[in-house]
Design a protein around this ligand. Structure first.
Ligand SMILES: [Zn+2]
Length: 336
């Protein structure tokens, strides 16, 4: 997934002879990435073996070029269905460039590969908690700096399957774990607040190879200390349901071709998928997830495909496999 030396592995200050593409006029920040910036970064990351996907381009809090009202995921929603399997295939720098040109303006995200994990701090306190097991010194591993009020995101290697997706870990309750198959927006992308992401000095992926996740940090994120269990599993007794556990174990964040076809062809599925909740009288995201699962079930989509689709949908209430499995089962009437 990652190889150290490559002719393309240099910071992207490269001139390209492509035509400039007009940017959305709603932006006022002077730090917008150019298409050339984006392509140069992407080519470098692709040459290093990282799987990439274009995501939507934010135009302000909750809004983006591609979806209009995009909610909390503005700037982070993948623009290609099946992005996990696409990223798993070998993406050449040339193929990556063609993809980005076709999606511009867009952000750039790394699809976390199997055997990798991103551990992210959602607050300054979480940032300090995260490096404490490393002796209070940030490890020399690819690191994305945090936007104001947040912390850093570190890319590590880990044994495949050793970590699952988790949020609100640690005493700070603000450490997130993004295992293989997750999306991690990378520089030179823009956050919906207008912040332009950047790499920590000396810790861009072309400066440092990912380190194995330090033991102390692994224990910290594996422990349930401080985790908001009530938020993730509003019905703990249901989370213990063996049917839910069985289905959850098979959930991967993917969209099958049948679900992708329904998003294109079925108006209600498309609207629910895009979280156009107000038109359905239910504005809560968990309500939307349930409505989408119910609609897919009525269209005879298999339960596993429904749960996987919910785990993939970035504007879902939670992409946690237990939550998506339970929602799919409840929508089918098999669980309450
Ligand atoms: Zn969007």
């Amino acid at each position: 997934m990652w190889k150290r030396s490559t002719p393309e592995a240099h910071p992207p200050d490269v001139e390209h002879d492509c035509q400039p593409v007009p940017l959305p006029t709603c932006w006022t920040t002077p730090h917008l990435p150019s298409l050339e910036d984006l392509i140069a970064h992407a080519r470098t990351l692709a040459a290093l073996g990282f799987g990439l996907t274009p995501t939507c381009f934010p135009t302000g809090p909750g809004r983006c070029v591609h979806h209009g009202e995009c909610g909390r995921s503005a700037g982070k929603r993948p623009l290609r269905l099946g992005f996990v399997s696409a990223a798993a295939q070998l993406q050449t720098p040339d193929a990556t460039e063609v993809l980005l040109r076709s999606c511009w303006p867009c952000n750039l995200a790394l699809v976390v590969g199997a055997g990798f994990v991103v551990i992210e701090a959602d607050s300054p306190a979480a940032d300090q908690e995260l490096i404490a097991p490393c002796g209070g010194v940030a490890p020399i591993t690819p690191t994305r700096l945090g936007r104001p009020g947040r912390g850093r995101g570190f890319i590590f290697t880990c044994p495949p399957g050793s970590l699952t997706r988790a949020t609100h870990r640690g005493k700070s309750g603000a450490i997130d774990v993004l295992p293989g198959g997750s999306i991690f927006v990378v520089p030179p992308s823009i956050h919906a607040t207008g912040h332009r992401y950047c790499w920590a000095p000396g810790c861009a992926p072309w400066d440092a190879a990912p380190l194995p996740v330090p033991d102390g940090l692994l224990r910290l994120v594996q422990s349930r200390l401080g985790q908001r269990v009530d938020n993730q599993h509003p019905h703990p007794s249901v989370a213990a349901d063996p049917h839910v556990a069985q289905l959850a174990a098979r959930v991967r964040p993917v969209v099958t071709s049948e679900v992708a076809r329904l998003i294109r062809c079925d108006l209600l599925v498309a609207r629910l998928w895009r979280a156009e909740g107000k038109r359905h009288g239910d504005v809560s995201r968990s309500g939307l997830d349930f409505s989408l699962a119910q609609r897919l079930f009525r269209l005879r989509v298999p339960l596993l495909d429904i749960a996987c689709a919910l785990a993939y949908r970035p504007s879902s209430h939670a992409n946690d496999p237990t939550y998506t499995a339970r929602t799919a089962l409840r929508a089918s009437g098999a669980s309450r």
